[in-house]
Each structure stands twice: as structure tokens, then as C-alpha cells.
Design a protein around this ligand. Structure first.
Ligand SMILES: Nc1nc2c(ncn2[C@@H]2O[C@H](COP(=O)(O)OP(=O)(O)OP(=O)(O)O)[C@@H](O)[C@H]2O)c(=O)[nH]1
Ligand SMILES: [Mg+2]
Length: 464
């Protein structure tokens, strides 16, 4: 005889796991202690299920009335996504029927799952580490095929494995050091003999490589914000429409046409970008235009990359004094490309020049009107995003991961500086190593505060 459910069992949770609205199939998912989930299954389909065997059954309501027909599947703990016993009712994708199945599960003792709660349980039960759990949400949210592949790599644990390899190397270094702290006379010789500085240098190099891949992944995840700026009438809105392959912004021969910033999510070469068209920059007495120009500068502040449009018909180095003034106003360190538009009118062939020595990453001659040369610009944008080819081995990563990797890198740098001293203060050195290890461990969740877990999982959708 099975034991009765106890208060120490985790709550049984239930949710509609498929997206809101009508669909080909709709799935209600339940997770919890075996006997409670089994009780819900027999309440809904009127029979017991053999684990992992899809069983065609009628789903029934409180009075035994049929709600839907479909497949019921039981996954016995621990071989399930959450590590608990999980049941899935796969019906016809009618929102009304799914709500009735869900209501029946709640009536039978489940409670509604919070966002991300299934994945959180998978983390708690050791099915996924924290970085993998986060990549579940990133995979769902992936805005492009490249981002989806990067998330899938993280979900498969590649990112976590590399982080753990570095944690192991730090641990090994700590062992050498801490073992000798009690013997102050011999310690320094011992640390030197173990080639601590060589090991530390190699460790820092692999951390830097990991950081580069994670930084690319973070860009894939968040998408790059690209702002179009320039004098009125240079063709910013025309270029916006080209990049978006859609009629997003009003184009007119009248300078000062665009009054407000217009944003559009665009995918270039598998990379999600947010392109922002802005009001042309000029001195003006028009109040609305001035407000628009203030918004242009605000958009520039938020951007990762600026495309500064100029008229290709300008002679000399191709810049007007006002173009130069705009370039000088860009925030220091903001990468930018100078786009010489209207090349068709100037009688210029589309081309790219990377060596102009103007502080711009590149100059590109193109025509937003005919589209000639727009592909050259897209190539430059992707190479600045650092994801032209690197995207293919990126891990999806979040700001949280980058911050932890940077913190660890800073600790290791400090450790290397201490070790290079004539008489290295080994306690401080060991402390830096320990802090580096903690920072890295927070990525996979080995040392992560509960409140952080709450923040991470609350950003998931319900049913995940
Ligand atoms: N021949 C030619 N005309 C262009 C090109 N790009 C834009 N134009 C024309 O230039 C005029 C201004 O284009 P817009 O795209 O509205 O310029 P804008 O920079 O957004 O202007 P504001 O919104 O006023 O700041 C329109 O008549 C466009 O058709 C180009 O590459 N070649
Ligand atoms: Mg415009």
C-alpha cells in the first residue's frame, strides 16, 4: 500500500505549458510528488498510466463529463524535466478546454505554477545548473536562429562546463597556496616551485577567451541597438526602411520630415538588431523639432553603434562642417560608421573604406534609394557586433554572467600582481583566488543567494 501524501511533499504545481491562444495541440503540465500527481492523473483520465507511455484517453471534469480527448503521459521521478513526477495532458489546443483541464487539476489538489517554477524545480533537483536554466528562457525568447543555437549550446551545458573547468583550475591553485600558509618559512618557495604564476597566467588567458565568447552571446541575446543620425534629408529614414525591408518611416524630400525616433527590430545575418531612426540634427527654432532632436541624442546615448549619414555629394573628404560637428558630439567610445548616402546622385560606386583614419570604424558609400551597397553596410555592422563568424561558437550569456566573469578576471589580475611582488603576501593572494572562485561559482548557481534565484525565475513564462 502506498503511503498517504504528507505535508512535507512539495506543492503540486500545474500550468498550461503551450502559448496562449488556439493551437494544434495544447498541453497542461503537472509536477509534484508521485502519489499526488498520480491522484490527479486518475482524476482526469480515470485510470493509472504506465510511465513514459503515451496513452490516448478522454480528459474528464468534476462530474465525469468529457472535456477533451488526447494523450496523457506520466514521467516518474526522477526521470522528468523537473526531477519530480510529471504528468502531461496533451489535448486539442482549445484555450477553453485547456482551462477546464487545468481547473480540474487544481480541483484535484494542484496549485497554479508561478512563472519559471518548473525550471526552478529542475534546478533545485539538480537537473540543470543555473546557467542552463537561464538558457531555457533565452532559447524561448531567442530572436534569431543564431541566438537560438547559442542558447541551445548553453542549455546543453557547454558554457557551464567551461566555467567549471576554470573553477577547477582556481581550486587547484588555491590548494597549493593554502596548504603552505601554515608553514611561513617554506611557503614562498613552494608556491614558486609549483609554477603558480605560469598556471595563473594560463588560467587568465582561458578566462579571457571565455569572456569573449560570452560577450558575443550577450549581444546575441540582447540584440544590438543601432542608431541612424545625421543632418536632415540625408536619407536616414530611407536607410531605415531598407534595413527593415519594410516601409517603417516616412520619407520625403522636405528636410525635417522625421520628428520622433522610430524603432524597429530587424534581423541581419541571424543577429537581432534594434534600428532607431531619428530626427535630423540642425539648429532650429521649431519647438517640436527641438524636442525631436533631444530624443535623437537620447537614442544616441543608448546605442551600441551609430550610423552617421552624410551626403555622398560633399566634396573633399566627404564631410560637411555640420557632419563633423555631429561626429564630434558622439559619446567617446561609441563605435560608428560614416554612411555616404546618395552615392547614385554622386556618381560613386558602392564601396567600403576601413582605413580612413577618422575615428570611424568604416566609411561606406551606398544608395538607400536603390539599395546598392546596403549589403556592404550590413557586413560592417555584423563585424562590429563581433558576431560575423564568432556568433557560431558563442554561448548565450546574460549581463549577470558577464559581470561575474569580469569580477573573476579582476580578482585573478589582482592575484597575479600580488604574486609578482618580491615577497608575495600569500594570505591576500589566496583571498583573491577564493573571491574569483565565488564569482565564477555564482554563474552555475553553486553559490547563489535565494533572492537572486527569485529574480531569475520570475522572468520566465508560466508553464516553463
Ligand atoms: N537619389 C537618392 N535619393 C535619396 C537617397 N536616400 C534618400 N533619398 C531621398 O532624399 C530625401 C530625404 O530622404 P529621407 O530618408 O526622408 O531623409 P532623412 O534623413 O530621414 O530626413 P529627415 O527625416 O528630414 O531628417 C527623399 O526624397 C529621399 O527619397 C539615395 O540614396 N539616393
Ligand atoms: Mg527621416
Amino acid at each position: 500500500m502506498k503511503a498517504a501524501p504528507t505535508d512535507r511533499d512539495p506543492d503540486t504545481i500545474a500550468a498550461i505549458a503551450t502559448p496562449p491562444g488556439r493551437g494544434g495541440i495544447g498541453i497542461v503540465r503537472v509536477s509534484g510528488a508521485a502519489r499526488r500527481v498520480e491522484a490527479i492523473v486518475s482524476g482526469v483520465v480515470g485510470r493509472t498510466l504506465e510511465p513514459r507511455v503515451a496513452t490516448y484517453a478522454t480528459f474528464r471534469g468534476t462530474l465525469g463529463e468529457p472535456i477533451d480527448r488526447g494523450l496523457a503521459i506520466l514521467f516518474a521521478a526522477p526521470a522528468s524535466t523537473t526531477g519530480e513526477t510529471v504528468a502531461e495532458f496533451q489535448g486539442h489546443g482549445s484555450p477553453a478546454a485547456m482551462r477546464l483541464v487545468l481547473a480540474r487539476c487544481l480541483e484535484l489538489g494542484a496549485r497554479l505554477a508561478e512563472p519559471g517554477e518548473f525550471t526552478k524545480r529542475a534546478f533545485i533537483n539538480g537537473k540543470l545548473d543555473l546557467a542552463q536554466a537561464e538558457s531555457v528562457a533565452d532559447l524561448i525568447d531567442a530572436a534569431s536562429a543564431t541566438a537560438a543555437r547559442a542558447a541551445a549550446r548553453s542549455l546543453a551545458g557547454e558554457f557551464s562546463r567551461e566555467v567549471r573547468a576554470i573553477v577547477d583550475a582556481v581550486t587547484e591553485l588555491r590548494m597549493f597556496t593554502e596548504a603552505t600558509l601554515d608553514f611561513p618559512d617554506e611557503d614562498i618557495e613552494f608556491v614558486r616551485a609549483s609554477d603558480a604564476s605560469g598556471r595563473l597566467a594560463r588560467l587568465r588567458a582561458s578566462l579571457d577567451a571565455l569572456l569573449a565568447r560570452a560577450a558575443t552571446g550577450a549581444r546575441l541575446n540582447a540584440g544590438l541597438a543601432v542608431v541612424l543620425v545625421g543632418r536632415p534629408n540625408v536619407g536616414k529614414s530611407s536607410l531605415m526602411n531598407r534595413l527593415a525591408r519594410d516601409d517603417v518611416a516616412i520619407v520625403a524630400a522636405v528636410p525635417g520630415t522625421t520628428r520622433d525616433t522610430v524603432e524597429r527590430a530587424v534581423e541581419i545575418g541571424g543577429i537581432p538588431l534594434t534600428v532607431v531612426d531619428t530626427a535630423g540634427l540642425r539648429a532650429t527654432g521649431d519647438t517640436v523639432e527641438r524636442l525631436g532632436i533631444a530624443r535623437t541624442w537620447a537614442a544616441v546615448e543608448r546605442a551600441d553603434l551609430a550610423l552617421v549619414l552624410v551626403d555622398a555629394r560633399e566634396s573633399g573628404d566627404g564631410l560637411h562642417d555640420e557632419d563633423r560637428a555631429i561626429l564630434a558630439e558622439l559619446p567617446a567610445g561609441l563605435p560608428h560608421i560614416v554612411v555616404h548616402n546618395k552615392a547614385d546622385l554622386a556618381g560613386r560606386e558602392p564601396r567600403t573604406d576601413r582605413g580612413a583614419g577618422t575615428g570611424a570604424r568604416a566609411h561606406v558609400w551606398l544608395s538607400a534609394l536603390t539599395g546598392a551597397g546596403v549589403d556592404l553596410l550590413e557586413g560592417e555592422v555584423l563585424s562590429i557586433a563581433g558576431v560575423d563568424s564568432a556568433g557560431e561558437d558563442a554561448f548565450i550569456a546574460r549581463e549577470r554572467h558577464l559581470a561575474a566573469l569580469h569580477a573573476a578576471a579582476a580578482r585573478l589580475r589582482a592575484a597575479a600582481e600580488l604574486l609578482a611582488l618580491d615577497r608575495p603576501p600569500l594570505e591576500l593572494y589566496a583571498e583573491e583566488l577564493r573571491e574569483a572562485q565565488n564569482a565564477l561559482a555564482s554563474i552555475t548557481g553553486a553559490f547563489t543567494a535565494d533572492d537572486l534565484l527569485g529574480v531569475i525565475f520570475s522572468r520566465f513564462c508560466i508553464g516553463k
